[in-house]
Structures are given as structure tokens and as C-alpha cells.
Write a protein that binds this ligand. Structure first.
Ligand SMILES: N[C@@H](CCC(=O)N[C@@H](CS)C(=O)NCC(=O)O)C(=O)O
Length: 265
């Protein structure tokens, strides 16, 4: 039996739900409310000491890290049908899955320096924010979160995120320029691994990061969003009010973000 601990709008949870849908797997759903702090419940911390979602429990085996979960599901439950075969494709696909750690960090930076920042600052008192922060077990993650909330797009993490995304988009453009999917003509786990992050950046109102310079990404994203797995794994869990808040909160920062992006060309 598969049990998934996940958040409705968390990008890493979206990624795993898209994988489950692509593989046609059913699962028992345990939704966590990250705003309320469900991730800090002692029972959950035993499964995932980093206090993050998602976590998969597969017949008693606990699997954390969304890309590892995606890979595990494909190999153990999907017969490897999303995994490209051959020496070079296998290494390239594994590298993309590893790269999602940095891509996630970059998307997290863009969210918390813009839309999430606006939302948190408007809805919580300074004491509530301090309490929320104190519960984060990783001191570096805590410091990053605090800096993003205090400094917004002026935080040092933003330049790091934009540099990371520039490399990512350039490599995606290279992969998708002549081919339908990230690994060629066959849809693969690399497409699944990336869609939630790129979709989130678009939702924040930042599609301008790729529209002119990396146009293949727009074509690929539209194809990903048209798949039933997107409806099942992402759209079905979306909150329309939250989406609109995110779009507005992010878009307000687009001129400044675009200015910084131009500076990196
Ligand atoms: N590298 C991890 C990242 C997990 C992660 O940071 N998840 C976020 C949601 S996307 C989370 O649970 N955050 C908890 C919090 O913000 O307190 C993965 O891919 O699974």
C-alpha cells in the first residue's frame, strides 16, 4: 500500500502526485497543513525529521525527498517506464533529478521573497512570525527564511536563485529546442520532476524569465499542463483564492525581478 503525506499546494508534493497519476497508481492521502504546522507533529517528525513534505510510505518503507520518491515509484511500481534506458540517458536523467534540489531552493527563494512574503507579513504578527521561524529545525533554512522575509528581493539568495534558474532554463532550452520532451521523443521522469517548479514560477507571474530567451519552455509547459496528470496532481489541489493572491503578490515584483534578471545576461 502507498501512503503519501503531502501538502495541497507544495511544489514537491505536486511533483509526486503528478508521478502517481502518470503511473496510474492509487494511494492513501494524508494531507498536512503546513501553515498550521502539521509538519512538526511528533509522529510526522519520526517519518521526516526535516519537517518537510512529501513523505511516501510504501508497504512500510519510508521514502523522503520528492525526486527519490518519483524514482522509487517508477522503478518499484511502474516497471521503470518513465526511466530512460542507456548509459548516457540514465546519467543525464539522474543528474536532472539531483538538480531539482537546487531548483527547489531557487523557486522557494522567489516565492518567499515576493508573494509568500507579502502574504505572511500581511496576515501574521511579528510574534507569530518569530514562533513560526523558531520551529524550523534547520538553522540555515531558518536564516534563509528570515532574510527573505526581512529583505525581499534585495536578499542575497535572490541572485543565487536567478543564476541557478538561468542555468536551468538554458539547459532546458537546449534539451527541448529540437525535441518534444526533456529526454527526447519519449516522455520521462525528468519531465515529471520539473513541471511543478516551472508551473510555480509561471503562477507567480514570472514567465517572462523564459518567454523570449528560452521559448521552448513555454511550449513544453503548455504540453505538460494539458496532460491528465497535471489535472490530477496539481489543478485538483489548487485553491483559486490562493492562486490569485500568489499571482498578484508575485506580479507586483516582476519589474524588479526582470531588472535583476537582465543584469545577469
Ligand atoms: N528537497 C525536498 C524539499 C522538501 C520541502 O522543502 N518541502 C516544502 C514544501 S515544497 C515543505 O515541506 N516546507 C515546510 C515548511 O515550509 O515549513 C523534497 O524535494 O522533498
Amino acid at each position: 500500500m502507498l501512503t503519501l503525506y503531502h501538502g495541497p499546494t507544495s511544489v514537491c508534493s505536486q511533483k509526486v502526485r503528478v508521478a502517481l497519476a502518470e503511473l496510474g497508481l492509487s494511494y492513501e492521502s494524508r494531507l498536512l497543513d503546513l501553515q498550521k504546522g502539521d509538519q512538526y507533529a511528533p509522529d510526522y517528525l519520526r517519518l521526516n525529521p526535516a519537517a518537510v513534505v512529501p513523505t511516501l510510505v510504501d508497504d512500510g518503507l519510508v521514502v523522503v525527498e520528492s525526486s527519490l520518491i518519483l524514482d522509487h515509484l517508477d522503478r518499484e511500481r511502474g516497471g521503470g517506464r518513465l526511466s530512460p534506458m542507456g548509459r548516457e540517458p540514465e546519467v543525464t536523467a539522474a543528474h536532472w533529478l539531483l538538480r531539482t534540489l537546487d531548483i527547489h531552493a531557487a523557486v522557494n527563494t522567489l516565492s518567499f521573497s515576493t508573494a509568500m512574503r507579502a502574504n505572511i507579513l500581511a496576515s501574521r504578527t511579528a510574534d507569530e512570525i518569530a514562533q513560526m521561524m523558531a520551529r524550523m529545525p534547520d538553522p540555515v533554512a531558518r536564516m534563509k527564511r528570515r532574510t527573505l522575509l526581512e529583505e525581499g528581493l534585495a536578499a542575497v539568495f535572490v541572485e543565487q536563485a536567478l543564476r541557478q534558474l538561468r542555468r536551468t532554463f538554458a539547459d532546458m532550452q537546449l534539451a527541448l529546442g529540437q525535441r518534444r520532451w526533456m529526454m527526447g521523443e519519449t516522455f520521462s521522469k525528468v519531465d515529471v520532476a520539473l513541471v511543478a517548479y516551472v508551473d510555480r514560477i509561471e503562477r507567480l507571474g514570472f514567465a517572462g524569465l523564459w518567454l523570449e530567451e528560452f521559448p521552448a519552455i513555454a511550449r513544453w509547459l503548455a504540453a505538460m499542463q494539458a496532460r491528465p496528470s497535471y489535472a490530477a496532481g496539481i489543478a485538483a489541489f489548487a485553491d483559486p483564492v490562493g492562486r490569485e493572491k500568489m499571482r498578484q503578490g508575485g506580479s507586483a515584483h516582476w519589474p524588479e525581478l526582470a531588472r535583476q534578471w537582465e543584469g545577469l545576461r
